[in-house]
Ligand binder design. Sequence first.
Ligand SMILES: Cc1cc2nc3c(=O)[nH]c(=O)nc-3n(C[C@H](O)[C@H](O)[C@H](O)COP(=O)(O)OP(=O)(O)OC[C@H]3O[C@@H](n4cnc5c(N)ncnc54)[C@H](O)[C@@H]3O)c2cc1C
Length: 551
Amino acid sequence: MPEPTTATTAPCHVPSEIDAVIVGAGFAGMYMLHRLRGLGMSAIVLEAGTGVGGTWYWNRYPGARCDTESMQYSYSFSPELQQQWSWSERYAGQPEILRYANHVADRFGLRRDIRLETRVTAAVWDDGKRRWQVTTDRGDTVSARYCVMATGCLSNARMPDFPGRESFRGEVYHTGHWPHEGVDLAGKRVGVIGTGSSAIQAIPVIAETAAHVTVFQRTPNYSIPARNGPMTPDYEQDWKTQYDARRAMARQTRNGILANFNDKSALEDSPEARQRQYEARWVTGGTTFMASYNDLITSKASNDTAAEFVRNQIRSIVKDAKTAELLAPKDYPIGTKRICADTNYFEVYNRDNVSLVDIRNAPIERLTEKGLVTGGKEYEFDAVVFATGFDAMTGTLLKIDIRGRDGQSLRTKWEAGPRTYLGLMTAGFPNLFMITGPGSPSVLSNMLVSIEQHVDWLADCLGHAQSRQCNLVEPTQQAEDDWVAHVNEVAHKTLYPSAASWYMGANVPGKPRVFMPYIGGVGRYRQHCDDVAAKGYEGFRVEGRVGERVG
Ligand SMILES: Cc1cc2nc3c(=O)[nH]c(=O)nc-3n(C[C@H](O)[C@H](O)[C@H](O)COP(=O)(O)OP(=O)(O)OC[C@H]3O[C@@H](n4cnc5c(N)ncnc54)[C@H](O)[C@@H]3O)c2cc1C
């Protein structure tokens, strides 16, 4: 099937006044549009890219695929869609997920309200009118009652600022901005900077044809074999006949994934039983390895047993002992940085055309005309691939000049780290919503589950406001302070803050170290949001005319 990546319709017109502007046409923005239409609202999606799909539109690097099973990493809101769509593999690759996103855009007639190649540059609150003035890089100004930021948690690709970056004469790529026409790295000497999940997916594929791949590693990552393979008709049917019940169960789990969760401590098992448990998970494959026991993210002693198992697997796969030790993470608990799923990642280091360079103690000094210098040695390449991740969760939002009440800028408000109520709103910025914002489970979960939960909650909230002729929704400062305290308290009961991860903002120099997502669990979080709604949107002011509390 050809891959539709651009709109097949004429560019949609941006009206000067509208009920809602949605920023971003990934899975969050598309579903939000669908739900707002259902409320009879006028809405438009503004998207910087030339196509829909968000993450799956931008990340086209070799080997890009999801590491949540596709039967679960898909929308659940339409029974017909989930029954009629068929995934070809257990974990779909990027092109297939992008086709799915385009299918959804067509199936639900979304394109007529999506304006592509339009980047939102500013959003300014007008307190008198109770509307947002949204400005784009095309010079449009839209006045909107509501502004929904569906800008994505991992959509601001981070390019490290190495000295001499401009001097390199070869090809330069970032995994998160991969050229749409594809890249031919066959027969080339390639340098890959970074060993996070994108690199772990890309390196084995690049190594198949490149002359040589040199991987520059600062921090090794724990990775579990994905055991990807073709979708079998039986497996698909099994899911499809029980979809409603399984989706309902997944929504109540810790991270929105049915993972055969083992509800006991790792320390309750004997060393032999633990070994059998980990081996079975290793054979099944995938990131649900972390569901082997119920305390892997809370007990260091339990976590150590899982971490050591994975290190031993790495040692048994990688033939060169020195390389194996470099690849085996030792200074942070397993799962506290995003755990990866791979296909032949550790095996790739047994190839003659792949080498690993440790840059932990000898950081990259500079790029040169021919390559880069680290540890006083120059490495030469035809192409350099930056697999350096994202300014996660807040980076994309803060690129937009967002100004709330009294001209307060979001950048200033969040200088010491993001502050939200439920990850949905921030005080002082009325009618501005975030889908999977900081302070919600977001990146710690199956994002499709979290996206649908946020969009559904928000649509209900706006329906509530609409039915009471209200035009303003805003969290109270107290509700926000209490939620931020709760998010921190829960995070610090786990091992997560002990790792210098992008969850903590640690991959971006100067970014405040705050644990950004909510670790309390998808099920618990959903219940909390539902309770808030049931109590008349507790912690929010939902108002009609100025000063009048309605609903
Ligand atoms: C390589 C990779 C693999 C992943 N694998 C998984 C996985 O296996 N499971 C999982 O649950 N999640 C995974 N994720 C997370 C993934 O981001 C989410 O699952 C999901 O796709 C996010 O959808 P979204 O709509 O919220 O955001 P995005 O898909 O990021 O879409 C946001 C959109 O907003 C647009 N935008 C941003 N700023 C502006 C602006 N100022 N003006 C206009 N447009 C703007 C962007 O161009 C983008 O298209 C992965 C992410 C990456 C990068």
